[in-house]
Design a protein around this ligand. Structure first.
Ligand SMILES: Nc1ncnc2c1ncn2[C@@H]1O[C@H](COP(=O)(O)OP(=O)(O)OP(=O)(O)O)[C@@H](O)[C@H]1O
Ligand SMILES: [Mg+2]
Length: 244
């Protein structure tokens, strides 16, 4: 029996909602949505934590322009505060070095992070999930009993095929799914909306491809003014009941 497992529930006890942003396929905007959602909820005066669980390509510190901040030791690790968000990531420990981890080591690192992090009281913990439905997805489901999923997808047939598998798995496990956000829309296809209907989950709205988004990365003020965040903000406002 791993003694750390018994601590995790205690560490998460002060968190009202745990929302994993996932989408299975790589590069579809999971990190962009996770960071932007955390910023929007924080701006709306919620107490927000952001956990980057992508050990291979952590991105949230780049997105938020995190520099020279570190968690504080206090009966565990208290996440650094970045733009009003309590932020935890593997980058505090590995910096720019690659994390070449096998499956069992990924699980171990997730257990360790969850067992040592002192989030204290939060309204939302947003988790930026890595691509795929392997270790990290199965572990958060196993370790965080109250987890809910927010799905990101693009209209690409390849992305939709992957995300369909994720949704079917979550449904089979009875994990709550808040809904699906279509990202990077460029054409007129309603493929994501139709997939949501077929799969029986909420279609929350669309974020179009934002040609200026890249220039906003690393600057929270610029991100907040971006077309990307404005569209996400409209989606959050339209579905207020889902996130409060
Ligand atoms: N709506 C959009 N318009 C333009 N660029 C976008 C949009 N959404 C995301 N991007 C860009 O696409 C790239 C991939 O986005 P992001 O890192 O958020 O995806 P991801 O799904 O988290 O990727 P990974 O699977 O590697 O974790 C980033 O450079 C991001 O800035
Ligand atoms: Mg990512």
């Amino acid at each position: 029996m791993d003694a750390r497992l018994s601590v995790i529930d205690e560490r998460l006890a002060g968190i009202k909602r745990i929302v994993a942003v996932s989408g299975c396929k790589g590069g579809i905007g999971k990190s962009s949505v996770a960071c932007s959602l955390a910023l929007l909820l924080s701006k709306a005066n919620y107490r927000v934590g952001l956990l980057d669980l992508d050990f291979f390509s952590p991105a949230d510190h780049i997105m938020l322009g995190v520099r020279n901040v570190f968690p504080k030791e206090e009966k565990g690790l208290v996440p650094a505060e970045v733009a009003g968000i309590r932020f935890m990531s593997i980058v505090y420990f590995i910096e720019d070095r690659p994390a070449a981890l096998r499956g069992i080591d990924v699980s171990n690192a997730i257990i360790e992070l969850l067992a040592i992090t002192q989030w204290h009281n939060l309204d939302f913990l947003i988790i930026d999930m890595p691509p795929g439905i392997a270790d990290a997805t199965l572990d958060v489901i196993r370790l965080m009993k109250r987890i809910e999923f927010l799905i990101v997808a693009t209209g690409s047939k390849l992305a939709l095929d992957s995300v369909t598998k994720l949704i079917k798995m979550l449904k089979a496990l009875n994990i709550p799914i808040l809904g699906i956000i279509e990202n990077m829309r460029i054409g007129k296809s309603n493929a994501v909306q139709e997939s949501a209907k077929t799969l029986g989950i909420n279609f929350l709205g669309t974020i179009e491809f934002d040609y200026d988004f890249e220039d906003c990365i690393g600057n929270v003020d610029a991100l907040m003014k971006s077309k990307f965040v404005k569209q996400l903000s409209a989606i959050v406002a339209k579905h207020k009941g889902l996130l409060r």
